[in-house]
Design a protein around this ligand. Sequence first.
Ligand SMILES: [Zn+2]
Length: 254
Amino acid sequence: MKTETILHFNKAIASQKPNNIHQKRACPFCETEGLSEILDSRDSIILVKNKYPVLQDAFQTVLIETDECESELSEYPLEHLYKLIRFGTEKWMEMEQDSRFQSVLFFKNHGPLSGGSVRHPHMQIVGLNNTDYRDNLKEDYFIGNEIHSSNGVQLNLSTKPMIGFTEFNIILTNLNDIEQASKYIQNVLHYVLNYFNGRGCSSYNLFFYHWLGKIFIKIVPRYATTPLYVGYGLRQVFSNPQDLIEDIHKNISF
Ligand SMILES: [Zn+2]
């Protein structure tokens, strides 16, 4: 089957989308009566169809993480964190079994520089009809200096990042280790939001990849993308990665 490498974005639908990151507007995910079609739920976690499916040739869903609007993934009690990541991973892999899709994206945007538009904690699972995201991947993107490893799961800091500078990777081969991976996600997000660059970073993206029989997870603190990457495709890394790794261990207990 022919694979599309460019996704088509519908601007007319996007312009109807509520945006409450900058404006104080009613939260579309708090009014559960107003949600579009509910696909599944587990306690306060709800998977719904995206009301504003801006991507063509795709099935877009939203995973509402909690009914607490002001909460954040980095702050959930472990029990809720495990439940969320398990449920999300299950739904993602269920969609991967659907023959309509060439691949399925599972990701989260948080903060004003993340590309997200709604504050309420949520993730997205998106089936792509004509595109396989794995065509763009290289194993290099997930190798790095080890920060921590435990129970068959590794957390590292990219040495050959996808875009540049700081990218954290979590790698697991066995889905039974998803709780350890969830803990690493929470550790890194807590560090990014509170300590990164001395005072924390407002925004991040979290991406899941199912590839080569493994699950790769990438966390990227977000700020203006380096012009050398935008204009020349040149990727940069910090010359002293050990300083960042030491700072993480100083502030986060694994
Ligand atoms: Zn809300």
